[in-house]
Write a protein that binds this ligand. Structure first.
Ligand SMILES: Cc1cc2nc3c(=O)[nH]c(=O)nc-3n(C[C@H](O)[C@H](O)[C@H](O)COP(=O)(O)O)c2cc1C
Length: 398
């Protein structure tokens, strides 16, 4: 296959992984995932990141074919997570003189993983590396998404090698560049990747944005998903929005229900929201939909309604898992509604209320906890809850 040129002397080298079911052994890969790295064939040659170990046949041979007899001068490591650093050792074994470019934190991790201590070229914020045509500058972006994470910026052609930032789940099915794909296909997976993988570090994403303020960016080369060479502003805008917790009008209703009572309330509330003028409504069963999709939906919509039956004096365990994760991620700026059903002393809504206090989201109205089965009388509070949510959402319209 011909090497795919990004710009100047930069080439994309990516591997599609359709075999892995779970990314980080946790996140379902319904559409697979791509590991991207980049080879710069300048006066000096440089490989920016590698791929997951043995994910794409003989990776080293692919690099070697692209080098076409030249030696590899630099291996730049923006991120040490194994889905990008897996082939480091194989590359070093093949090109023993290669200089490994990273920061102090990178090198601690390299030593811990591979015992590598030689040929290290340490860089810090603002340091540069001249390859001939391309003049690289290093930008430290800790916690986007590990402590050692950095980005490499090519000052010549304004290319940002961004690591995991601006990445997406989903394999590259022929189209690699943003002008060759249907963005709608990737947008959801991109937000799912952002919210679940990077979302805990929104403040660090904003700090990285500050560092890049005023820097021209003509292409973004992330380590997953499409390469943004035509409209990089689009993903810059999305990341800015998502990392500021800016959402759309709409409500995601997530319920935990064993015998259908809480589920019935969820459907009732959904209908009430529609009758009160809200149209973007998504209802999910927490037992059926993977938490990564639920978090993705929460990142999209301003309104969140959580419902749980009582379960051994607690909320339903899978709902507890979701709420714990939301608290751990420190998700901000939502309107919250709570509901549930119980048979004796409760537990679902009681504990959801504790979650509400911890996370600090604004409550749409009083929680609605239903004793036993819902009926018209018992649903009156749920009607108020939906109305409260609709009123608050509509008040935000510009
Ligand atoms: C395993 C189990 C544990 C339960 N624990 C409680 C509880 O601690 N407190 C309570 O009031 N009801 C408890 N219940 C009763 C349910 O919460 C109640 O039947 C509720 O209406 C079920 O809602 P659902 O139809 O949405 O599942 C429990 C039921 C089961 C099966």
């Amino acid at each position: 296959m011909n090497p795919l040129k990004v710009t100047g002397k930069v080439y994309w080298l990516g591997i599609n992984d359709r075999r892995k079911f779970l990314f980080e052994n946790m996140w379902p890969l319904d559409k697979g995932v791509a590991y991207n790295c980049y080879l710069i064939l300048d006066n000096m040659t440089a490989l920016v990141d590698t791929v997951e170990l043995r994910s794409g046949g003989d990776f080293v041979s692919k690099v070697d074919a692209m080098l076409n007899g030249r030696r590899l001068d630099f291996l730049i490591i923006n991120h040490m997570e194994p889905d990008h650093s897996g082939e480091i050792k194989a590359i070093i074994d093949k090109y023993p003189g290669v200089k490994i470019v990273g920061n102090l934190k990178t090198f601690k991790i390299i030593e811990a993983y591979w015992g590598i201590k030689d040929n290290l070229h340490i860089v810090d914020d603002g340091d540069t590396l001249d390859l001939g045509y391309h003049k690289l500058k290093f930008v430290m972006t800790p916690w986007v998404h590990w402590p050692e994470t950095m980005m490499t910026y090519d000052q010549t052609d304004a290319v940002l090698f961004s690591g995991d930032a601006f990445g997406s789940f989903g394999t590259l099915d022929g189209g690699v560049f943003d002008d060759e794909i249907n963005f709608a296909y990737y947008e959801d997976e991109m937000r799912r990747y952002f919210s679940n993988i990077v979302g805990k570090y929104c403040n660090m994403v904003q700090k990285a944005f500050k560092k890049l303020e005023g820097v021209p960016v003509k292409a973004i080369c992330p380590t997953h998903g499409p390469v943004w060479r035509t409209d990089p502003q689009k993903v810059l805008g999305l990341y800015d929005k998502w990392s500021k917790y800016q959402t759309e009008e709409g409500v995601v209703i997530i319920y935990a229900s064993m015998y259908g009572n809480t589920e019935e309330v969820a459907d009732y509330i959904a209908r009430q929201l529609v009758e009160n003028g809200i149209t973007n409504i998504r209802v999910f069963d927490v037992s059926r939909t993977h938490i990564s999709h639920l978090i993705n939906e929460i990142w999209k919509y301003k309104g969140v309604m959580l419902g749980s039956c009582a379960y051994n004096s607690e909320m339903f365990p899978l709902m507890e898992n979701l709420t714990r994760e939301l608290e751990h991620m420190g998700v901000k700026d939502h309107l919250l509604g709570l509901f549930g059903s119980y048979s004796w002393n409760g537990g679902g809504v009681k504990n959801l209320t504790k979650f509400a206090e911890n996370i600090g989201w604004e409550m749409a109205a009083q929680p609605a906890d239903i004793f036993g089965m819902p009926n018209d009388e018992k649903l009156a509070n749920c009607k108020l809850l939906a109305e409260g949510m609709a009123v608050k959402l509509k008040a935000l319209r510009k």
